[in-house]
Design a protein around this ligand. Structure first.
Ligand code: COA
Ligand code: MG
Length: 293
């Protein structure tokens, strides 16, 4: 998943628009973009949107961002949306692997009640929305086989610590949020799931978005959250491996295939060894998922 587009769950207009966006995944939101008085109606709107999307031959993956575990709203959210078979649930304000396990149990109950395959609905936590959560980042590894990716957020984290802003005047993140970003990258990697970069909220600033996508791609993130359909093309392009990168990955794999006993080789004047093979394989997987391999 390169692009994951947030869509407020109470807006039928945006839900319809999102379907034409070419995002790899849609995240139908029941949390922060929906006001308290609209939550009930949004559950129903999201439920029918999932049904509608699932009818389509080619379709984006569908996630629902539910309300947090301690919100008092989660059970009702799951009762309404789980029977519609979303591909996954995004868990905001996640505090660690324990929260993923707790959500997993709730999903298992709904799957059993609705005759759905056990373990089918995946979980994508937002792992850095509170200061306390940052101390549990290692606990996602092995927490649940439902864990399919992991992402991070800076807005709720800065509210939690009482910061006046999370960005410097040049637009880059201040140190506390750079740490959260790096921890999310390592937590996802340690858990062997996809690291997804957070939202870029200035949706008219395409140069700023491109800059953040390039940095995310360079550091190992494999996709990015979007808040506006106009962001999707830029994100998809940034996270689609280039033809040169694909050729290079193929050359690395071919070099080792031609020298089965070798632990280390030279290729175009550069040393390559085990980590290079792993990276090359991952790149080819990403290319395949993006439809360019
Ligand atoms: N998904 C689907 N459609 C969207 C969209 C989204 N996330 N964001 C905007 N659109 C639609 C608008 O409805 C509008 O459609 P229309 O021309 O048919 O009316 C069109 O795209 C252009 O929108 P624009 O005028 O540029 O933006 P806006 O002022 O209407 O909306 C936001 C701005 C930020 C309110 C909107 O992008 C949004 O709701 N984003 C998602 C917010 C969210 O889910 N946040 C939670 C995670 S942080
Ligand atoms: Mg939030």
């Amino acid at each position: 998943m390169r692009s994951l587009l947030f869509v407020p769950g109470d807006s039928e207009r945006k839900l319809a628009k999102a379907l034409g966006s070419r995002a790899d995944a849609l995240i139908l939101d029941l949390e922060d973009s929906v006001s308290s008085d609209k939550k009930e109606g949004a559950r129903k709107t999201v439920r029918s949107a999932i049904h509608e999307v699932r009818q389509k031959k080619t379709r984006p993956r569908i996630f629902v961002r539910v309300n947090p575990l301690d919100s008092g709203l989660l059970e009702g959210d799951l009762d309404e949306v789980a029977p519609a078979r979303p591909d996954g649930i995004m868990l905001p304000k996640a505090r660690g692997g324990q929260d993923v396990m707790q959500l997993s149990t709730k999903l298992a109950v709904r799957e059993a009640e609705n005759d759905l395959p056990d373990g089918e609905i995946a979980i994508l936590p937002i792992a850095t929305e509170s200061a306390a959560a940052l101390f549990n980042m290692g606990s996602y590894a092995g927490a649940s086989r439902r864990l399919c990716a992991l992402t991070w957020g800076a807005e709720d984290l800065s509210a939690d610590v009482g910061a006046s802003t999370n960005r410097l005047t040049d637009g880059t993140y201040a140190d506390p949020y750079r740490l959260a970003r790096a921890l999310a990258l390592f937590a996802a990697t340690a858990a062997e799931v996809a690291p997804i970069d957070t939202v870029f909220v200035n949706f008219r600033d395409m140069a700023g978005l491109e800059f953040e996508c390039a940095a995310a791609r360079r550091d190992g993130f494999t996709g990015k959250l979007a808040i506006h359909p106009d962001q999707v093309a830029t994100i998809n392009e940034a996270f689609t491996p280039s033809a040169e990168a694909i050729a290079r990955a193929r050359a690395i794999i071919a070099a080792f295939a031609a020298n089965p006993g070798a632990g280390v080789l030279g290729l175009d004047g550069e040393m390559i060894d085990r980590p290079h093979i792993k990276r090359a394989q991952r790149l080819l997987e990403a290319a395949k998922a993006a439809g360019v391999e």
